[in-house]
Write a protein that binds this ligand. Structure first.
Ligand code: ZN
Length: 336
């Protein structure tokens, strides 16, 4: 704000001159906007000291951010719970046994899925410590909790017995554990993880340490990565990612790992196709496919594109970008 603008303001609202001088002197330091001066002067005309004024300005600038930041946490919390609950509820209806009332199936799927959603939220919340403490070790408990969350959601959507089926996806592999079945353990390959890695290989150097700790195939590049939406210092291929910046390493890795969590959450849709897959005629080919491969279909990419991708400050208007940034930093994400 310029000096002349302050003078106009002075005439307009008859603010005490010494407060106005203080504002002019501190305008650069505090980068006070016209709106802020107007509101503060109009509300507290002449009745406060310069020091009180400074406190007010600092409060004014930070209080809304603190409040909105809380709101953003409520937003991602609600999203995770609702996504887990709804996706499981719908799946439970699709896979409902025989003549069971669909409302009963839906409610059962919904409450179980909501618990899964809560675990997914908690896992993502742990991820923010990676950047906070500069320590990739936090990715380990986060992955175990998010695997538990997804297991509960996928199980609820399939109408499986509660807390009896568990899965863990790590790198190229998916491990399944069945408490109630004759076959207790199963390992399958995740084809999209292999494809994503093949795409990432020419663009970066394999980062074994980050991959082992996060469970996601991680690559490092010295140059910015060009995508359809401009140059970025991180790029995600669903099951693999590239980061470029050493200084921002922990921030970038956290952000990209959250995208992989989002990718895995959408695999609940596989449960919707359970009955259809069962209808396909048994053959050697089907047996081989289902025995060795788990279809980690990129449903997420479709929903990501549906959100729209904008560049510049509007980038985080895409919910999944917003969520990744929010959990990576645990700070207010500007959504201009
Ligand atoms: Zn992103």
């Amino acid at each position: 704000m310029s000096y002349s603008a302050f003078c106009i303001l002075y005439k307009g609202i008859s603010c005490h001159s010494f407060i106005l001088t203080a504002i002019i002197n501190n305008a650069n330091q505090y980068q006070i906007s016209y709106k802020e001066v107007l509101i503060i002067c109009a509300g507290f005309d002449n009745r406060i000291s310069v020091d009180q004024m400074k406190v007010l300005i600092v409060f004014w600038r930070h209080f809304p951010v603190a409040v909105f930041s809380q709101n953003q946490d409520i937003k991602v919390f609600t999203h995770n719970i609702i996504f887990g609950g709804l996706s499981s509820g719908v799946g439970a209806v699709i896979n409902k046994p025989g003549k069971e009332n669909w409302k009963k199936s839906f409610v059962r799927g919904m409450w179980q899925g909501s618990i899964g959603g809560l675990l997914n939220y908690s896992a993502k919340k742990i991820i923010c410590f990676i950047d906070k403490k500069n320590n990739l070790g936090y990715a380990v408990p986060a992955r175990i909790i998010s695997s538990a969350g997804n297991s509960i959601i996928q199980n609820a959507a399939s109408n499986g017995p509660f807390l009896k089926n568990w899965s863990l996806e790590y790198g190229f592999l998916r491990f399944d554990f069945y408490a109630n079945s004759e076959k207790k353990f199963r390992i399958r390959i995740l084809p999209e993880s292999v494809i994503a890695t093949a795409i990432a290989i020419p663009n970066g150097r394999f980062d074994i340490n980050t991959s082992l700790l996060t469970g996601v195939m991680a690559f490092k590049s010295k140059e910015l990565i060009n995508t359809n939406h401009g140059s970025h210092d991180g790029a995600n291929y669903g099951r693999a990612f590239i980061y470029t910046n050493d200084i921002l390493k922990y921030h970038l890795v956290s952000h990209e790992v959250i995208h992989e969590y989002q990718y895995r959450e959408f695999l609940v849709f596989n449960s919707y196709l359970k009955k259809e897959v069962a209808k396909i005629k048994e053959s050697g080919f089907k047996k081989m496919l289902t025995k060795y491969f788990y279809p980690d279909v990129p449903y997420f990419s479709f929903f990501y594109m549906l959100e729209g991708v904008e560049s510049g400050p509007r980038y985080f208007r895409n919910y999944y970008e917003f969520e990744a940034e929010r959990f990576a930093t645990n700070k207010y994400v500007h959504l201009d």
